[in-house]
Design a binder for this molecule. Structure first.
Ligand code: VGL
Ligand code: ZN
Length: 189
C-alpha cells in the first residue's frame, strides 16, 4: 500500500486525468475498472491538499460533432459531451477547493489527448513552482500516456501512479508503460 503523505514533497503537483463518468462503467466509453481509480486518487488528492501542494484535474470536454467521434469517422464513440452527465467527474472523486480544472478536447478541428496540448498547462505548472508531477487517471494508454510523455518533454519529472490508472486495452497499457519508462518516467506500483 502506497503512503502518499510520505512520498510527496515540495515542488510536487498531482495531475488527475479524465476521471469522468463516460470513462467509467456505465459510460459511453467505459474502461474496465475505471471507477476503481477513484478511492486511490482520493487518498493522493487528500495528501496533496494537506501538504499544500497543487492538484490539477483534467477533463475531456467535447463539442457536439467532435472529429474524434465515430459518426465523424473518428476512432471513439461519442463521449464527454460538454455539460452532460457523462462529462462530469465521477461523483465520488474529491474535487477540493483550490484545485485547478484543465479542459481539453474542445478544438473543432482535431483531438487533444494530452493535457499539455494548447492549454498553457506547462506555463501554469512553472508558475506554481511544480517540478515533479504525480499522474493517475484514465485512460493509461490514451490521455494519461500522452500527458505524461508531454510532461517529460516539457522537462518535468514524472511519477506514474499505476494503481490509479486503467487502460482501454491491456496491450495498450503495457506499451504505454514501456514508452513512459523509456522517457524517464518512474512507474510506481
Ligand atoms: C480519452 C479516448 C478519447 C482519455 C479521451 O481521456 O483517455 N480516451 N478521449
Ligand atoms: Zn475524448
Amino acid at each position: 500500500m502506497l503512503q502518499p503523505a510520505k512520498m510527496l514533497q515540495e515542488g510536487d503537483g498531482l495531475l488527475v486525468v479524465d476521471v469522468q463518468n463516460d470513462f467509467c462503467p456505465g459510460g459511453t466509453l467505459a474502461i474496465e475498472g475505471g471507477d476503481e481509480v477513484v478511492p486511490v486518487l482520493n487518498s493522493w488528492i487528500q495528501a496533496a491538499r494537506e501538504r499544500g501542494l497543487p492538484v490539477y484535474l483534467s477533463r475531456d470536454w467535447h463539442p457536439k460533432g467532435h472529429p474524434s467521434f465515430s459518426p465523424q469517422q473518428g476512432p471513439w464513440p461519442v463521449h464527454c459531451l460538454q455539460d452532460t452527465e457523462g462529462a462530469a467527474f465521477h461523483p465520488d472523486l474529491m474535487v477540493p477547493e483550490g484545485s485547478v480544472v484543465v479542459t481539453k478536447g474542445v478544438r473543432f478541428d482535431q483531438d487533444q489527448l494530452s493535457v499539455f496540448d494548447e492549454t498553457g498547462f506547462s506555463a501554469k505548472l512553472r508558475r506554481d513552482g511544480v517540478r515533479r508531477l504525480w499522474i493517475g487517471g484514465l485512460a493509461l494508454d490514451v490521455c494519461v500516456m500522452e500527458s505524461a510523455m508531454d510532461a517529460r518533454r516539457e522537462g518535468f519529472e514524472v511519477c506514474l501512479l499505476l494503481p490509479a490508472c486503467r487502460p482501454v486495452t491491456r496491450e495498450g497499457g503495457e506499451k504505454a508503460l514501456d514508452r513512459l519508462r523509456r522517457m524517464g518516467a518512474e512507474v510506481i506500483n
